[in-house]
Design a protein around this ligand. Structure first.
Ligand code: CP
Ligand code: NVA
Length: 303
């Protein structure tokens, strides 16, 4: 099998996503019935974290063990990565010893450089620009609850960040539309998302973005790495809090999603995230199942 990385959502085709969603459903069913599914016995995943994580760490680590493999956990502080060993050298060394690498870091260019020198598949576990594993889980969650996402409308309320960029990439690839509302100065950079105009529409008023949506989603006002902007962002984002009125503007059966961690009272009201339309816990759990399908696919192809 030729070397395949997962650095952006656009690295797989719609057909490959259809396979992954089917496979993730099977893997999830087996997990729920305590049936073993060990397709990656004796394989090793290196996880490199340059930013904090709960869900990504637990889902990749537990997932790899459940598949029969093992993991190595590295951070900037406890490896030579924090002492300026070149990324290219780190990639060459680490990829000689493991079968798969997952990286959470800052600039996308870092993970691209790592991938260029890696002998094994590299997975993006979040960069400043993208978060493909999360959107993989989110779309799988949407399908579980509502069926195909093709032709649907997703409302994005908040920062034009890594999650927003990846939603746009998914919309273009899988045929749905994103209604985006961001405060002035925090717009999506279409060049970073790398999409055409047709997959999204911009609304000044978040309420209008939510009107008629099948799914309303948001994220923290301040992403990791942007903490110095926290106070300015709190002021700018004050009107971009998903509340019950915004959910009422959406379709009556609209879902609410948030990649988590969440700040109740900032980007979302507690009654929304803890309310009946919220599927945030399914979203989090599904990271486990979709990433098991992804790791298996990158190493073994279709089974
Ligand atoms: N959603 C997500 O990636 O969570 P963590 O930062 O906890 O990994
Ligand atoms: N946009 C957030 C997502 C966290 C999972 C961040 O990058 O910090």
């Amino acid at each position: 099998m030729s070397l395949k990385h997962y650095l952006q959502f656009t690295d797989l085709t719609a057909d490959e996503y259809a396979y992954l969603f089917e496979r993730a459903a099977l893997i999830k069913k087996k997990f729920k019935t305590y049936e073993k599914h060990q397709t990656l016995t004796d394989r090793t995943l290196a996880m490199i974290f340059e930013k904090a994580s709960t869900r990504t760490r637990v889902s990749f680590e537990a997932g790899m063990y459940q598949l029969g493999g093992s993991v190595v956990h590295l951070t900037t502080g406890d490896s030579q990565l924090g002492r300026a060993e070149p990324i290219e050298d780190s990639a060459r060394v680490i990829s000689r010893m493991v079968d798969l690498v997952m990286i959470r870091t800052y600039e996308q260019t870092k993970i691209e450089r790592f991938a260029e020198y890696s002998r094994v598949p590299v997975i993006n576990g979040l960069t400043n620009e993208y978060h493909p594993c999360q959107i993989l889980a989110d779309i799988f969650t949407f399908i579980e609850h509502r069926g195909s996402i093709r032709g649907k409308t997703v409302a994005w309320v908040g920062d034009g960040n890594n999650m927003a960029n990846t939603w746009l990439q998914a919309a273009e690839l899988l045929g749905f539309t994103v209604h985006v509302s961001t405060p002035n100065g925090y717009e999506i950079d279409q060049a970073v998302a790398g999409v055409s105009d047709s997959c999204y529409k911009v609304f000044k008023d978040p309420m209008q973005a939510c009107a008629g949506a099948d799914l309303v989603t948001t994220d923290v006002w301040t992403s990791m790495g942007y903490e110095a902007e926290n106070e300015a962002r709190k002021k700018a984002f004050a009107d971009w809090c998903v509340d019950a009125d915004m959910m009422r503007a959406a379709k009556p059966d609209a879902l609410f999603m948030h990649c988590l961690p969440a700040h109740r009272g900032e980007e979302v009201e507690a009654e929304v995230i803890d309310g009946p339309q919220s599927v945030v816990w399914d979203e989090a759990e599904n990271r486990l199942h979709v990433q098991k399908a992804l790791m298996e696919y990158l190493l073994l192809g279709r089974l």
